[in-house]
Design a binder for this molecule. Structure first.
Ligand code: FAD
Length: 392
């Protein structure tokens, strides 16, 4: 077994790290304090990243992307998130959805959207699954018709009429194309009655509701999507009718939970690094606090957990890239373990800074606010535990 990163992965890692260091870090902390979510959205950073090829990384090379694997995306996502988690998540949403769309598009759909996606540095993507009445039910589906996605799509001539809403959607309000999970058959379990569509902003009957304000990950944008008699042509359907769950299992969910969770490593590592620096310089009891065993152990625990979380995610990514023998439970377990570990690292690192760690003039509280998001997003850790149970 060879655990080393390839030359390509190392150069992607360098590129993403330099970008994070030069373009993201210098502005992220000030920028994320802007109150209005739309005003603080960092378009100029995203555009610069897109010009470096970061936005289109996950598309195959023959379609104009970089053909990045799940493991490549884990490596790049961590570096970007070391700069700022919100920026990394904005890119990551677009990576996983463009990868999904590339697999699902027929030639006619690809012809309509691919070129625009490649050329427009502001072309980001979003996926709408969660609704006010359907959250974890989408991750732990039951064999019941009254659970899961409610947003209705009703056949009407050569199209579909959508009614309902989504909330908490990453890239909501900034995306140029939305992948939407709908219920085409409310009489059967969601697993059999879901269908995916694409909807562009500006489609009659589709509006952006509230743009949510968030505790962390504040440089990504989340919003409500509202559908009122929104007419979508059948040519914008991207799965078979009732085939949404199958399409998601076959492609979407395989690597996306892993690469998403890898972004949480970024703020956790940054918190650890800043805690080490602080502990070397802060003197109490006549010596730098790093020489107090309690602090040394706290920092060692941070590092142990960081390395374990990273290796667990990379192993899951490596397994998910294989054609055979991949058990999706590995991804669910890796997400739950890594996000909890990153949360503990950021919490411990904050404590190393003592009272200063709690002050907004220090960098530590932002790391903690940011990593907290991954306890819930990409499926809550309770949901991931349920999905990881050995007898399911
Ligand atoms: C930053 C962020 C970004 C997001 N981005 C997107 C996005 O782009 N697209 C999208 O569709 N969604 C997105 N979400 C939504 C996210 O997927 C949901 O918040 C998540 O699935 C939980 O759903 P819920 O909020 O309705 O919580 P609920 O399902 O109401 O859960 C509440 C609590 O009950 C627990 N719980 C619920 N059911 C069970 C059960 N059966 N067994 C054990 N415990 C259970 C949960 O674990 C949780 O602790 C995002 C969320 C966040 C925070």
């Amino acid at each position: 077994m060879d655990f080393s990163l390839t030359e390509t992965q190392l150069s992607l890692q360098r590129l993403a790290h330099e970008f994070a260091e030069k373009e993201i870090r210098p502005v992220a902390r000030e920028r994320e304090r802007i109150r209005d979510p739309k005003e603080r959205f960092p378009w100029e950073i995203l555009e610069k990243g897109s010009r470096l090829g970061l936005r289109t990384l996950s598309l195959p090379e023959e379609r104009g992307g970089a053909g990045a694997t799940i493991l490549d995306l884990c490596v790049v996502g961590e570096e970007l998130a070391w700069g700022d988690l919100g920026v990394a998540v904005t890119f990551d949403q677009t990576w996983k959805i463009s990868h999904f769309l590339d697999r699902m598009w027929n030639e006619e759909q690809r012809g309509r959207f691919l070129q625009a996606f490649l050329e427009d540095h502001r072309f980001h993507l979003a996926v709408g699954m969660t609704e006010p009445d359907a959250g974890s039910e989408n991750f732990i589906p039951a064999d019941r018709a009254d659970h899961g996605v409610r947003l209705r799509a009703v056949r009407d001539g050569d199209g579909w009429v959508l009614n309902g809403m989504k909330h908490f959607i990453s890239n909501g309000g900034i995306a140029k194309l939305y992948v939407l999970v709908t219920r085409t058959d409310p009489k059967v379990a969601a697993l059999k009655g879901m269908t995916y569509f694409m909807v562009a902003p500006g489609t009659k009957g589709f509006t952006i509701g509230e743009v949510h304000d968030k505790m962390g990950q504040r440089l990504s944008q989340n919003a409500e999507l509202i559908f009122e008699n929104c007419r979508v042509p059948d040519r914008d359907r991207i799965t078979e009718v009732g085939g949404g769950a199958r399409a998601r299992a076959g492609s979407f969910s395989r690597g996306s939970v892993i690469e998403s969770a890898a972004t949480a490593l970024g703020p956790a590592r940054a918190a650890y690094e800043d805690a080490v620096e602080y502990a070397k310089n802060r003197v109490q009891g006549g010596k730098p606090i790093i020489q107090h065993q309690a602090i040394g152990f706290a920092l060692a625990d941070c590092y142990i957990e960081y390395v374990s979380a990273r290796q667990t995610l990379h192993y899951a990514a490596w397994m998910a890239m294989k054609d055979e023998g991949y058990d999706p439970k590995l991804g669910y377990m890796a997400k739950a373990y890594a996000s909890e570990a990153c949360f503990r690292i950021a919490k411990r690192a904050l404590e190393v800074w003592g009272g200063m760690g709690y002050m907004t003039e220090a960098p530590m509280e932002k790391y903690l606010r940011d990593v907290t998001s991954f306890l819930h997003s990409a499926g809550t850790n309770e949901a991931q535990h349920v999905r990881s149970m050995p007898y399911l």
